[in-house]
Design a protein around this ligand. Structure first.
Ligand code: NAG
Ligand code: NAG
Ligand code: NAG
Ligand code: NAG
Length: 383
């Protein structure tokens, strides 16, 4: 054992914190030497091992670090995962976000039942992976996509729990947001309450139960914003902010900071700004206008820039007129709108483009349809 190496390490550790995976009974200094001599970071925590508040594990390619942290302006301690190689401290996942540790006595370990657990000094459970089938031997590994996987240690290597089904506010590569209709289980992002409080905030983002590739953001359960760009699912870093904003971030190595793209970018990105039969154009002096054939429901409010009542049809649809046995007029038709974001709550049906149109035309409560290659027929009824 080289003591010189040990003291050199403990010097740098003042600012950098002690790296290593500490067996409860081991002396820290012994382990430090062990780490240094190996010069590789440990990415796995095994049965009977633990890390304390000052220790961490690092993914194999050193992209991510798992350990305890305290958010700015907070004395609480949380187990989390953050980027290891960038200068701006950026947390992508928090374990005990609903139950903060009040001191630095926290320990991450693997329980007798094989669960990954966060305990305090009194060995009270602050977070658990909550796998119900107990296993005798398991280990957790931090991967280079920020994924943490708890696996059975045997020939099956069965995955017991993994982060990608339990995201916090950050969308990670390879993650799939999903809704399981059968079990009503959602894999979704949930915002922090505030930058200093990672507990579950007002916003969640996930996939709607319909088979349509849309991301929905809910505010306390209600849809507040939507966008249909399915590509966003494949972006490397997407975070749901505490204000319900989706933040796409790109690490700019030149600037040594995150390049941030905010969604919504303007008023028109906020869902339902112009309301029923209104169309939003942020470059226009009055951002909202009624679609052709529609007029403001309450003209006075509309002209004052109050869009809450939306627009109404100038002339009733033919099917409505026939129902009310008033005289016949021009046949109903559709106004084609392109390059627009569509409404939530569409109904999907498995028919071709022409039948999609016909089906809507013949149905008086259908107010619009859309046909998208790869998705199919969507229709909307009166809101
Ligand atoms: C684990 O299970 C307990 C008891 O069912 C529950 O109170 C707790 O919220 C669960 N924890 C997580 C992280 O799901
Ligand atoms: C778990 O498995 C590893 C690898 O086979 C073995 O070295 C270790 O002793 C086992 N631990 C327990 C608690 O059985
Ligand atoms: C906007 O119009 C609605 C409907 O008339 C009204 O209830 C609401 O008070 C108006 N809001 C403002 C800010 O004037
Ligand atoms: C008419 O359209 C509405 C909305 O798309 C739909 O909910 C309803 O099932 C349709 N009715 C018939 C008879 O197809």
């Amino acid at each position: 054992m080289n003591m010189a190496t040990c003291s050199a390490f403990s010097h740098t550790s003042n600012s950098e914190q002690v790296m290593g995976l500490l067996k409860k009974t081991n002396l820290l200094s012994v382990l430090c030497c062990f780490c240094l001599n190996l010069t590789v970071a440990i990415d796995t925590i095994r049965s009977s091992q633990s890390i304390n508040d000052t220790e961490y594990i690092i993914s194999n390619g050193s992209a991510f670090r798992l350990g305890f942290f305290g958010p700015e302006n907070s004395t609480n301690r949380y187990l989390g995962i953050w980027y290891n190689n960038i200068s701006v401290f950026t947390v992508i996942w928090v374990a005990n976000r609903q139950k903060p540790l009040k001191d630095s006595s926290g320990i991450l370990t693997i329980s007798k039942e094989g669960n990954l657990v966060v305990l305090n000094g009194q060995e009270e459970i602050f977070w658990s992976s909550n796998v119900s089938n107990s296993v005798t031997n398991s280990s957790a590994t931090l991967g280079d996509f920020g994924n943490l996987v708890l696996q059975q240690v045997d020939t099956t290597a069965l995955v017991l729990w993994e982060i990608e089904n339990h995201p916090s506010d950050s969308f990670l590569p390879k993650m799939k947001l999903s809704t399981n209709l059968r079990t009503d289980q959602r894999v979704q992002l949930t915002s922090w309450k505030s930058p200093s409080d990672p507990s579950i905030g007002s916003f969640s983002a996930g996939i709607d139960a319909l088979n349509i590739p849309e991301i929905f953001i809910w505010k306390e359960g209600a849809v507040s914003d939507t966008f249909t760009d399915s590509d966003v699912l494949h972006l490397p870093s997407v975070v749901l902010g505490s204000q319900g904003n989706v933040v796409q971030t790109y690490w700019d190595d030149g600037k040594k900071d995150w390049e941030v793209v905010l969604i919504p970018e303007d008023e028109c990105d906020v869902y339902g700004t112009c309301n029923a039969f209104g169309s939003c154009d942020s470059l226009s002096s009055q951002i909202c206008s009624c679609l052709r054939g529609f007029e403001p429901k309450i003209i006075k409010e509309w002209n004052r820039g109050n869009w809450t009542s939306g627009c109404v049809r100038r002339t009733p649809l033919q099917c409505e007129r026939m129902n009310n046995s008033i005289e016949e007029g021009k046949a109903d038709g559709f106004l084609k709108l392109e390059m627009i974001k569509v409404l939530d709550f569409a109904e999907w049906s498995n028919v071709n483009k022409e039948d999609c149109r016909k089906q809507c035309l013949e149905n008086c409560s259908c107010v619009a349809y859309g046909y998208y290659t790869g998705i199919g027929c969507l229709s909307w009824s009166e809101i």
